[in-house]
Design a protein around this ligand. Structure first.
Ligand code: G
Ligand code: G
Ligand code: NA
Ligand code: MN
Length: 254
């Protein structure tokens, strides 16, 4: 209950923050976009991680105003970097099942894009398999509407949920993010390597772009490059950075 009341205050006082983790082209090493990740340093509670914060936000319904704030702030930030002289950077935002199942969600996305003058195909929405599978028929309708807007859709943490690609292929998904728990073992563990190879092969056959998460070493990068994965995220390039630091990071890479 303390976390909930502090979270309500944080929304009112606008003290939630976003950090941005780069996505990188596996072949060229160029930054292809960033993923916005919630950060919260509360005066009383200290640092509260999204893994603690999101479940409370979901149980209390606060995920709806928070999610809308994340979407708007992320789109605005990308435009702000552009005004500083960077190329317009594609922006990925994580979605909760509660947002996906909210009847106003497509309207919220359309309004934020309109308000921020953000091109829809520069916005990527990341969903987990379980978020989609909570109510697959409803999800299918919503995802189709989002695709009609031009938004890019990704499955996050792929491999950790209950579903599989044959279930997912009826959804209008563009990209698959391979969960970092699999990438962690690809160099040392034959089973993890086999799983990642199989997932990448299936993704290729379904014309899905592949993003490998949690790449920390050149060996892991070489593994995913050899499989013709498209993008990666991970500490090898950068952790999630506050907006100012991300801007400085972009400058060093241009
Ligand atoms: O930032 P970190 O890597 O600790 O993220 C932990 C988890 O929290 C990840 O699964 C991430 O997808 C999730 N997360 C981070 N920011 C958001 C957000 O804005 N909305 C939702 N729904 N999940 C988020
Ligand atoms: O579930 P999602 O993939 O959105 O969560 C991202 C989480 O993974 C964040 O907590 C982020 O800090 C973490 N993360 C990002 N890159 C790496 C990495 O290279 N190694 C490890 N161990 N964690 C990472
Ligand atoms: Na994510
Ligand atoms: Mn993930």
């Amino acid at each position: 209950a303390l976390l909930e009341s502090r979270l309500r205050l944080a929304i009112d006082n606008d003290t939630l923050m976003l950090a941005y983790q780069p996505k990188v082209n596996v072949v060229t090493g160029r930054i292809t976009g960033v993923e916005a990740l919630l950060r919260w340093h509360d005066a009383e509670l200290g640092v509260v991680s999204p893994d603690e914060l999101i479940p409370v936000a979901e149980d209390t319904g606060l995920i709806l105003p928070i999610g809308e704030w994340v979407l708007r702030t992320a789109c605005r930030q990308s435009k702000a970097w552009y005004r500083e002289g960077h190329d317009l950077l594609p922006m990925a935002v994580n979605l909760s099942a509660i947002q996906l199942n909210n009847r106003n969600f497509v309207t919220v996305v359309r309004n934020v894009l309109g308000e921020t003058h953000f091109p829809p195909h520069y916005l990527e929405l990341e969903l987990t398999e379980s978020a989609i599978m909570q109510n697959p028929d409803h999800a299918l309708l919503i995802l189709r509407e989002l695709r009609e807007l031009g938004v890019v859709l990704s499955i996050d943490d792929f491999g950790t949920g209950y579903s599989n690609l044959s279930q997912l292929k009826r959804f209008p998904i563009n990209r698959l993010k391979i969960d970092r728990s699999f990438m962690a073992g690809v160099v040392s563990n034959n089973q993890d390597a086999a799983i990642v190879k199989a997932v990448v092969a299936l993704a290729h056959s379904l014309n899905l772009e592949i993003i490998a998460e949690g790449i920390e070493t050149e060996e892991q990068l070489a593994f995913i490059r050899q499989l013709q994965g498209h993008q990666y995220q991970g500490y090898l390039c950068s952790k999630a950075l506050p907006a100012k630091e991300l801007s400085a990071f972009l400058s060093t890479r241009e």
